[in-house]
Design a protein around this ligand. Sequence first.
Ligand SMILES: [Zn+2]
Ligand SMILES: [Zn+2]
Ligand SMILES: [Zn+2]
Length: 134
Amino acid sequence: MEALFKEKKVRITTFRKTVYEIFEKYNSAISVNFIESELNDFDRITLYRTLKLFKEKGLIHEITFPYKEKKLALCKEDCKDNTETHNHDHIHFHCNQCKEVFCVDIPNFPKLNLDNYKIDKIEIQAVGTCAKCA
Ligand SMILES: [Zn+2]
Ligand SMILES: [Zn+2]
Ligand SMILES: [Zn+2]
């Protein structure tokens, strides 16, 4: 993790490490509420800033499916994007049973060119039953 932080130019702090470790512990996307429930003692503003920084530096990305709470997931290590718009060649799989969201790589992720429209990212959502619940 420390090498990754260095590569993405994120200064290491104990709190940032703790938050990143929560993401590493779960293989599904997690909500801010969930992260809060995993932390014992924290300052909400620091957490908010940490998540914003992680997003900007390409450590985590947001899943923009219309849920009541947004979910966040780890980026691939090669995510170079340090803007709000992450471009990942994977789909977001939403399990109807456990309600978890998983980042799933697929071969041949579509590349589109549209006249008169500039695409920042293509987000593909799939809904169904995950391997754990099948
Ligand atoms: Zn990313
Ligand atoms: Zn499931
Ligand atoms: Zn994802």
